[in-house]
Structures are given as C-alpha cells and as structure tokens.
Design a protein around this ligand. Structure first.
Ligand code: SF4
Length: 477
C-alpha cells in the first residue's frame, strides 16, 4: 500500500472562512512592536492637516507603521512598500489589509518629515520606560552618507554658465528641427496641425535651462552648488571620493540606544560635538557625564566647552591619535614641542636637554591665542641643529593646552584606554547596521531639513530594533 508522503495541497482550495492576517504574524514579530509603538505616538498634528471634505484618506498611523517597518528592514522606496502592502504579511498586517499606493506613501513621508523626525523622541521615551537608554556615557561619531544627487551636477558659477550655453544651443537646434518638420508637415498635410505639442526633449531642456538660470541668480563666486540638491555639499567620504554627501552624526548610550541624530553640510566633525551633547540631553531629559569620540572632534573649543559643562572627555587630538598609531615607530621627533615639560610654578618649559624656555607674552593668530616661550641657553646647546634653525628655540602653546593635556593624560590611563576602546563596539556598529546591513548608503529625500528627518527616521528604526530585541529578552528572562 503506498502511503501519501505529503499533506493535502490544493492551490485552488477555498477557505471556509477567510483567514485573518493577524494569525500569520508570530507573537514576537517586529511588526507587532511597531504597531504598539505607533499606537502610543500622538499623531494628532499630522491628522489635523487632513480635511473632512472630499475623499477619505489612509490613517496617518497606518502609513507610519508601514514606513517604520520599511526603514527597520531596509525597504524605503514608496513603490516597494506599496507592493509589500499587497504581498508581505507583516506589511499587510500593519496596513490592516489596506493598499496605499506609492505616491501616498512618498507624499506622506515628504510632507510630514518634520513631525516624523519628532517621533524619534517619542520612540526614545518608549525605550526609556522599558528600561533602555542608560544615560551618562555618550559615544559620538559621524559618517558621510550620499545625497540623492549626481556628482556631475555639482558645479561652480563658471561651470553653470558653460552648461547654460550648451543647453541654449541644444534648444536652438531642436527648435530649428521642429520648424523644419512643421514646414514639411504643412506641405504634406496642410496647416491644420496645432503646432503646440513640443517634443519631450525640448520640454526637458527648457525646464533644465530654468533650473540653471535660477541657480545662477543665487550662486556666489567660489561656491559649488549641486543642481538637484542645492544644500548637499561636496564632502569627501571614506570611500567614493568627493561627491555630494551629508555628514551624519549620532550619539549613542552604553546600551546602544541612539539618543541624538542630525546631519550637517560641513566636512569636518568637530563643530557637531556640542550639538550632539545638547540634543542627547534634551531628548532624554538626562545629563551627559562622559563624552567619547574620535580625534575628528578633538579641538581646543570642544575640550574647553566640555570642561565648562563638567563632562569628562575621552577624545584624542589628531596628533595624539597619530602618535598612538606610530607608537612603535622610531620617526618621532625628540625635539617636538610635546617633548618639552611645563613647570607650572615658574611658568616655564624645560626642553629635552634640560634647559629652560621662559615666558615671552601672548601672541594672537586669527581667533587663536598662544603663550610664547623662548629658550635662554640655546646658543651653547650641542643639539641646537636638531631643535631649531633660529638663534634660540621658541614654542607657542595654545592658552587652553592644559585642558587638552588633561584629556590626553586621561586617555593614557588603563581606565581611559578601556573606555575609549569601547567606541568601536558602541557607536561604530550603529552606522554599520544602517549602511551595510540595511544598505542605507544614500538618502531618498533632498534638502538638509528633509534629509535630517530621514536620518532621524533611520536612527529611530534602529532604536525600534533595539526595543524589539529588549522585549524578547524580557519575556525570556
Ligand atoms: S636648542 Fe634650546 S631648546 Fe633646543 S634642545 Fe637646545 S637648549 Fe633646548
């Protein structure tokens, strides 16, 4: 007797009762956490934008749920989300089997990005209520992410002028061709053609001409502007060279929650440290006690600001970080000013040969203020050739050197090294998750404000991920 190996399988089987999509979603599924979170968020500000008149709209919470879930799993395009709402049970569950089209999703994200950005704080507080968001230590870092704009469209004034000339020549050429075709058609078919249907290519070129003219009215000489995203600046990324990028900054707690997220259009990181600290404190309503960041943030301004705020810094200077890497190399200059020791009692420096450099006064360089010291016995020094080309060695010390040195000394201690090294598995995996697991290499939206909102959405999704993981762990405990 032959036994049937398979369970009954009939593609045409008709269910007696239509199954509920709810049944398809496992109890611990991320989609359920997202649904709960969005239900807790007050979306009345977005809701108030909708009119009671006309066609009924999809509920903002429904679209938000699909967007949050999409950003959690690396599905950001409106088209993909709309398709998933028809085919993917988790999306179908979140959209309650409704099927918003891609335009609805894209417009919702674009038009409500400011409000969506503010939900970053709501999600953070939901995490906090669950016992996440351990404040005190904040790990800060930045990463470059591509703007939604082609590098070829970044030009200076001269570049735009040349481009405009080329486009105008193209338009003239097309116009001539159109005239010729019209004349030929008039001869063939009479003069009944409407003649107002311009070729698509011409329409495109004319629109481009207007855009270029507009940029030319605003562009300053020496400036480079991208035609597609005017606010995106040419910034060098870690890979991929110089192109329109945004510089994204985040602050992360020791339990991996992102408490601050913002983008800047500046290539350097240093100006974003204090903003990250302030945002972290405002978003969590708690204080930052220790700030850990790489040498890109190590400036006198930052050292001084953190000291005034009573925050313990673990931030190397560029030079310190370089020296740490070259520690075992013999190419260190033994007469570098860092090899001179400060004598606080006499306000003098002692050189590697044991001779004194006395205080000469203050010198200013732009906004920088230096204390100047000069060697008093250099003429008789047998090592002078290796130390200075002048009659006597002079060193300039930034007036805030002591504050910086305190931070660098801290980084040399066992505790300091241990705390600083935690950076690599606290903040770096956050960007790794966004850029490599979810493949967020480029923004969807354009313009700094919208990009800022989208970056918050990405970081919010990462936090939702952590909340989901935490909830599962709580259940298992
Ligand atoms: S040149 Fe002056 S500062 Fe330099 S090692 Fe000699 S004594 Fe010291």
């Amino acid at each position: 007797m032959s036994m049937d190996k398979f369970k009954p399988y009939d593609i045409n089987e008709i269910y007696l009762l239509p199954p509920s999509v709810n049944e398809f979603i496992p109890e611990d599924h991320l989609a359920r956490v997202i649904s709960e979170i969005v239900e807790q968020i007050n979306t009345s500000e977005i809701e108030s934008k909708y009119s009671k008149l006309g066609q009924k709209s999809y509920h903002p919470k429904l679209i938000l749920k699909t967007l949050f879930y999409g950003y959690c799993i690396g599905v950001r395009s409106g088209r993909k989300i709309a398709t998933k709402c028809e085919t993917d049970t988790a999306f179908m569950y979140l959209a309650t089997m409704q099927r918003p089209d891609f335009r609805t999703i894209n417009d919702f994200r674009k038009d409500n990005i400011k409000q969506i950005e503010s939900y970053f704080i709501d999600v953070l507080h939901i995490g906090k209520d669950l016992g996440l968001v351990k404040m005190g230590y904040i790990y800060i870092d930045g990463t470059k992410m591509r703007a939604n704009a082609s590098a070829k469209r970044t030009k200076d004034k001269e570049g735009y002028e040349k481009w405009l000339k080329r486009i105008e020549e193209d338009i003239e050429k097309i116009m001539k061709e159109v005239e010729q075709t019209d004349e030929q058609e008039d001869e063939l078919y009479g003069e009944n053609n409407r003649g107002d249907e311009l070729p698509k290519e011409l329409q495109k070129k004319e629109a481009l001409r207007e855009k270029i003219k507009h940029v030319l009215q605003e562009i300053k000489s020496e400036e480079k502007v991208n035609l597609t995203d005017k606010e995106a600046k040419n910034i060098k990324g870690k890979t991929g060279g110089i192109r329109p990028n945004y510089n994204c900054h985040a602050g992360v707690t020791s339990d991996g929650m992102i408490v601050s997220a913002h983008v800047s259009t500046k290539a350097s990181d240093c100006g974003e440290l204090i903003k990250t600290i302030e945002q972290s404190e405002a978003n969590t309503e708690e204080q930052v006690t220790d700030a850990i960041a790489d040498a890109g943030y190590g400036t006198y301004d930052n050292y001084e600001d953190l000291e005034q705020r009573g925050i313990t810094a673990y931030i190397p200077s560029q030079k310190f970080a370089k020296e740490q890497k070259q520690k075992h190399k013999a190419d260190k200059n033994p007469y570098d000013k860092d090899e001179f020791n400060y004598d606080k009692d006499t306000n003098e420096y002692i050189c590697p040969e044991g001779k004194r450099l006395t205080y000469q006064g203050i010198s200013m360089e732009r906004t920088w203020k230096y204390r100047v010291y000069k060697g008093i016995d250099c003429v008789n020094c047998k090592m002078k050739h290796a130390c200075t080309k002048g009659k006597s060695r002079k060193i300039r010390i930034e007036v805030r050197e002591e504050i910086k040195q305190k931070v660098l000394d801290r980084l040399k201690t066992v505790k300091g090294k241990k705390i600083y090294n935690k950076r690599s598995y606290k903040i770096e995996p956050v960007f790794g998750h966004l850029k490599f697991n979810l493949k967020y290499q480029m923004f969807h939206l354009r313009g700094k404000e919208k990009v800022n909102g989208e970056f918050s959405l990405m970081c919010m999704a990462k936090n939702i991920f952590s909340i989901h993981k935490h909830k599962i762990e709580l259940k298992r405990a």
